[in-house]
Design a protein around this ligand. Structure first.
Ligand SMILES: Nc1ncnc2c1ncn2[C@@H]1O[C@H](COP(=O)(O)OP(=O)(O)OP(=O)(O)O)[C@@H](O)[C@H]1O
Ligand SMILES: [Mg+2]
Length: 261
């Protein structure tokens, strides 16, 4: 009996050590990968001069390298969504510099920024933002159709993405007939059909129970590990943050403090 326990303990120890080494070498590899997102000394104030102003970010810095899966945490109102929107080019008014794949988005013309957004970024929101009178597959294809792709040219990618996100059986359903977790998977499928290099997710599991939330996190992990997609997610949940490779905390709108997972 003792022997078995000992052996089990030993086996477990060996397993932990191997896993630890694998994690260590993964961390070293990630720490030398090229930067996909660079936030340099970024400040953001809401409100016009002379009116009530809110300083949300004040000299924030963040670097996310290729292949990383970073969780951005912080108190409500600390500016997490604001920062994510700035990185995604959805809000262009800020001081400082933000680079996506080595290109500064502050200096880009609107047309060029739209192209970068469409080709490099998949944005996932807390409230799914699906078009209610379009089916699952039409919702997924929508951005690509708007960008000029034909339905026929999207068929193969659509089939693959429905498979990855576990939505094949629901492809003809309307969003109102889906659970919250399924709707979020449609939003993820829509975000990845354009082959983004980066996923920006703002509390993707905020509206889901923990089981559905875990499924979304598993999907993110798979997209990160198997497709090499770099992920920056905002989350309030430690459990969700632990799926990532690193956690960053936004505090007082001023500093970005990192803690090792
Ligand atoms: N359009 C806006 N106009 C004025 N103030 C704004 C605007 N958007 C956000 N704010 C303010 O900026 C601050 C940061 O908001 P933000 O939404 O980025 O916080 P958050 O960290 O994402 O919070 P939560 O965890 O609750 O989602 C808040 O004080 C908010 O009231
Ligand atoms: Mg927010």
């Amino acid at each position: 009996m003792n022997q078995t326990t000992k052996t089990m303990n030993h086996t477990r120890y060996t397993f932990d050590e191997t896993e630890g080494k694998a994690r260590q070498s993964e961390a070293i590899e990630l720490s030398t990968a090229p930067a996909m997102i660079e936030v340099k000394n970024v400040s953001k104030v809401f409100g016009k001069k002379g009116e009530v102003q809110t300083q949300v970010l004040n000299g924030a810095n963040l670097q996310v390298r290729k292949g990383e899966f970073v969780s951005l945490m912080g108190a409500s109102g600390s500016g997490k969504s604001t920062l994510l929107y700035l990185i995604g080019g959805l809000d262009r008014e800020f001081d400082g510099e933000i680079d996506l794949c080595g290109q500064s988005i502050g200096k880009m013309k609107e047309k060029k920024l739209s192209e970068v957004r469409l080709s490099k970024i998949g944005f996932i929101f807390q409230f799914y933002n699906l078009v209610q009178n379009l089916s699952v597959e039409d919702n997924i294809m929508l951005p690509s159709l708007v960008a000029g792709r034909s339905r026929a040219s999207l068929k193969k990618e659509l089939d693959e993405i429905l498979e990855i996100t576990g939505l094949t059986a629901k492809r003809k359903s309307m969003p109102s007939k889906l659970s919250g977790g399924q709707q979020q998977r449609v939003a993820i499928a829509r975000a990845i059909i354009g082959h983004p290099e980066i996923i920006l997710a703002d509390e993707a599991t905020g509206n889901l129970d923990s089981k559905a939330g875990d499924e979304i996190m598993e999907l993110f992990r798979k997209l990160n590990r198997e497709k090499g997609i770099t992920i920056l997610q905002v989350t309030h949940s430690n459990a969700c943050a632990e799926y990532g490779t690193r956690t960053v905390v936004l505090k007082n709108g001023k500093t970005l403090e990192e803690k090792n997972c």
